[in-house]
Design a protein around this ligand. Structure first.
Ligand SMILES: Cc1cc2nc3c(=O)[nH]c(=O)nc-3n(C[C@H](O)[C@H](O)[C@H](O)COP(=O)(O)OP(=O)(O)OC[C@H]3O[C@@H](n4cnc5c(N)ncnc54)[C@H](O)[C@@H]3O)c2cc1C
Length: 843
């Protein structure tokens, strides 16, 4: 009986915490129970200690509800401690942290995500005009792009392509219609970049940059009306080509530390003496700089003579400088690896500009960093993520096809278990990346500027792209390595470090930004506490701190209890918004959200301000947040797509992998907990019955791989939105061969069964003849096998160049003609004899 009463007591408390019953209601419930048990003692033998315990708990909680009392004894004392241990933030750090909005990331930090809310968000869609642009000018542009010509021969986009990009408004996707822009949604912007990136990276980057963070975006939000009216139409029509220069040799990741400066002074402009800035800068890595006509520049303004006020250091400021301004050094190129988009340095020394070249005019001096941080989210959530997803989709489509076309040991290589694993990873990751891309675009189109989610997307899509391309390279073997017009993987592979490094290098983004910014912005109480203790220590600040602190305490206790109870019940206590087998995933995610929220708090309490320097812990917690977000995105996508059963292997792999990653990252944090013994205790509390997630099974791996090895709806959905060439070019030939190989497969199997020999592109003619003569296959099937084998041989072939190609290229350069000879391996199906000097890749 004592155990029963003890259990009732403990569970009453746990349930109050689990369901986050507000303090006053909890007190009322406990008081009611105290009264009820006191009355019931006349009918049942209810022990006195039990009734007293309820009474004591009621009174204790009531004590916490009396704010002056708790301020006196608790929060006022903690106030000073907090001020000491809170990380000291520089202005640039604070502005970066406070920029943008929070969205689903806040739900993931809550420990109790509201799934129905997520599922109620609109499914992604494009307007008719946006779809027409993608089916029209974007498709047309893709057709104009010859990757080898651009990357190897011209090292630039052909002039016709530049012209087309300008004329069709590709640079104006974010500019409002009133200024002549296309005014596209985030979905459309992303769809354009994704499709272009699947055709040619250089074109995609060229289009992406003016539509991301730069002069256009800054002018729309912060420019004066005059600046907007003058520049936006010029940018929309392509009359002006913009670039934005933030990075200096001294200040890369730590861009806020830039040494580039502007001194407030008077100078001559248009024959008059006006107030302005004397600028000195040295910037590098600036995309489009070599061809830019309008240079967006970030620099720090100083006012030594007090011409605009009392402060000497006015802070980071952004201005627009026409590139033909005397003294502006611009035009040299850097050569990024794997892509030939325009990129280069720019410099200037003591160049005078009038005040109205400052974006937003004189009153915006010093607001540059805030402007940049506020505007960063949109572009960062669209451009590089779309580029990354394009890589994943391309890898899925072409690697699946290649793994079906290429046979070894008389079997398509994609059927080998060893190849299934990387192939599955490509497909699963692509499904996950694209889901996150779609979900984040929904947020952007709802008007959010989700700073943390944009960092997650930038990091995740570029990292996953890297992994997809690496797996694709492995599966392609030598075919991926030999360069030439027939290689569709070499450029994406070479260019991988670019997207990893730009717009916040990934190591920094993972280990510092995602969790560091996430915990402050998306945590329900932390920013309130920080704001309360960071200003003057008056009674208002103390009251604000008290409210935030007690909300925080309640939240932490609740997350601990939720982690424990969900662990003990295998997450069955929590509802899921859907029925069916995948409801369990929602429940497990709710459980992990609670565990994540609790562990985050525990780590912060134990480390205080030192947390800022614990990047390994922060990185692991970032991994948890990333995969919580990715898993949410996949579940949302599955519902938006109408729950197609055929997609289930992709969803299953993605979910099981993400849940496993979350679990392992949490374990990593607990193993390296600031107080090891507490780490072990917390592990026991949050994983009471051991580790629940095992990762994807071999059955799932095989199912995903098989989806990529055949033509089906799931594969089409997975790769939707990328450019599919029907030309006689490297990728067009793969699509064609894949289709033919699948069609010819039954006939090839019949030949093998009858003649006990597998068909390949060297022996097919003899086998087909014998099989037709003996009636094993029809003439029509024979033609199909021939076509399939010929197409396969072409896909398997790699490029060959004359031995002295380098000499040929330099001779051509000297005479201004292009002489680059390329020979593909001979078509083994043709009657042509092999020429001396030609080699087949198979040999
Ligand atoms: C092709 C290309 C195009 C670019 N385009 C532009 C442009 O248009 N405009 C522009 O202004 N800039 C541009 N950049 C600059 C780009 O944003 C920077 O390269 C980037 O910010 C990183 O700076 P960095 O290269 O100097 O690396 P560094 O800052 O030297 O960093 C080197 C490594 O250290 C890591 N690191 C640094 N600090 C930390 C930390 N605290 N914790 C953990 N890891 C850390 C980084 O993650 C990185 O991996 C471009 C760069 C390239 C390569």
């Amino acid at each position: 009986m004592t155990a029963l009463f003890l259990a009732i007591l403990v569970f009453s408390l746990l349930l109050l915490a689990y369901y986050r019953i507000p303090l006053l209601i909890s007190i009322a419930i406990l008081a009611g129970l105290t009264f009820a048990f006191t009355e019931l003692r006349h009918f049942y033998p209810i022990p006195g200690w039990f009734r007293w315990s309820f009474g004591i708990m009621t009174v204790s909680l009531a004590g916490f509800a009396i704010k002056p009392l708790r301020r006196l004894f608790i929060s006022n004392r903690l106030f000073s401690l907090y001020r000491k241990v809170m990380p000291k933030l520089s202005t640039t750090e604070r502005e970066a942290l406070e920029a943008g909005t929070v969205w689903w990331d806040a739900e993931l930090f809550s420990g109790k995500p509201r799934w129905r809310r997520l599922l109620r968000q609109p499914a992604p869609s494009l307007t008719d005009a946006e779809q027409e642009f993608i089916d029209g000018p974007v498709e047309e542009l893709c057709l104009m792009l010859d990757d080898w010509e651009i990357s190897d021969e011209l090292q630039d986009l052909p002039e016709a392509v530049w012209q087309f990009i300008r004329e069709k408004g590709f640079f104006s996707m974010i500019i409002p219609k009133e200024y002549g822009g296309l005014d596209f949604s985030a979905q459309a912007n992303s769809a354009v970049v994704m499709k272009l990136a699947s055709a040619n990276l250089t074109a995609a980057v060229t289009v992406m940059v003016p539509n991301s963070l730069g002069p256009g975006e800054l002018l729309m939000h912060y420019g004066t009306e005059e600046q907007r009216k003058y520049y936006l139409p010029r940018l929309a029509s392509g009359q002006d080509i913009p670039c934005f220069a933030l990075t200096s040799p001294l200040a890369g990741s730590d861009a806020g530390a830039m040494p580039d400066r502007g001194i407030v002074c008077t100078g001559e402009y248009n024959g008059e003496q006006v107030l302005g800035l004397k600028l000195t800068w040295n910037k590098r890595y600036i995309t489009l700089a070599p061809v830019a006509t309008l240079l967006g520049l970030a620099f720090r303004v100083f006012d030594p003579d007090g011409l605009v006020g009392d402060k000497k250091d006015l802070g980071i400021t952004c201005a627009l400088i026409p590139a033909d301004t005397p003294g502006v050094e611009i035009g040299n190129r850097h050569m990024p690896v794997g892509a030939v988009f325009m990129n280069g340095p720019t410099r200037g020394t003591d160049i005078f500009i009038p005040m109205d070249w400052v974006i937003g005019g004189q009153e915006r001096i010093g607001q540059g960093w805030r402007m940049l941080m506020q505007s960063l989210a949109a572009g960062r959530a669209i451009s590089l993520p779309s580029l990354g997803v394009a890589g994943g989709k391309l890898a899925s489509m072409l690697t699946g096809a290649y793994a079906r076309i290429r046979t070894q040991f008389d079997v398509p290589i994609g059927y080998f278990g060893g190849v299934e694993e990387p192939l599955c990873r490509i497909g699963g990751r692509t499904y996950r990346m694209d889901s996150a891309r779609r979900l984040t675009l929904i947020a952007l189109d709802l008007g959010e500027k989700p700073g943390v989610l944009s960092a997650i997307n930038k990091y995740e899509q570029t990292e996953s792209n890297r992994l997809c391309i690496l797996d694709a390279m492995d599966i392609h073997g030598g075919k991926g390595i030999i360069q030439g017009p027939n290689n569709y993987l070499a450029r994406p592979y070479q260019a991988l470090p670019i997207s990893i490094t730009v717009e916040g290098a990934n190591i920094l983004t993972r280990s510092m930004i995602i969790f560091g910014q996430g915990v402050i912005r998306a945590h329900p109480c932390l920013l309130k506490e920080m704001n309360a203790v960071s200003g003057i220590a008056n009674s208002q600040a103390r009251r604000a701190f008290d409210n935030a602190l007690f909300e925080h305490i309640g939240y932490t206790i609740s997350n601990l209890v939720r982690s424990l109870l969900l662990g003990l019940t295998g997450s069955r206590m929590t509802p899921a918004p859907v029925r069916g087998p995948h409801a369990a995933w929602y429940r497990t995610l709710t459980r992990f959200s609670a565990v994540f929220a609790f562990i985050s708090d525990a780590v912060l309490v134990l480390l205080g301000g030192k947390f800022k320097f614990k990047e390994k812990l922060s990185g692991r917690l970032a991994d948890v947040l990333i995969h919580l977000y990715l898993a949410s995105a996949m579940l949302k996508r599955f519902e938006d797509d109408g729950r197609p059963a055929i997609d289930l292997p992709l969803l299953t792999w993605g979910m099981e992998d993400s849940l496993y990653q979350i679990q392992q990252s949490l374990l990593g944090v607990l193993r390296n907990f600031p107080v090891p013994v507490l780490g072990r205790l917390v592990r026991w509390l949050v994983f009471p019955f051991g580790l629940p997630c095992k990762g994807p099974s071999d059955i799932t791996v095989k199912a995903v791989a098989r989806l990529l090895l055949s033509e089906n709806e799931a594969r089409d959905r997975l790769t939707a939105g990328i450019y599919i060439s029907d030309k006689d070019d490297a990728t067009g030939r793969v699509h064609k061969a894949f289709h033919l190989v699948l069609k010819a497969a039954p006939a090839e199997q019949a030949i093998k069964n009858a003649l006990q020999e597998s068909v390949n592109f060297e022996n097919y003619e003899g086998l087909v003849r014998r099989a037709t003569e003996s009636g094993v296959i029809t003439e029509e099937q024979a033609t199909m096998v021939r076509l399939a084998q010929q197409a396969s041989a072409i896909v398997i072939a790699v490029d060959e160049f004359p031995f002295d190609r380098a000499a040929a290229v330099s001779a051509a350069a000297a005479t201004d003609t292009v002489v680059v000879q390329m020979e593909t391996a001979p078509d083994p199906g043709s009657d042509q004899e092999q020429q001396p000097g030609q080699q087949q890749e198979l040999n």
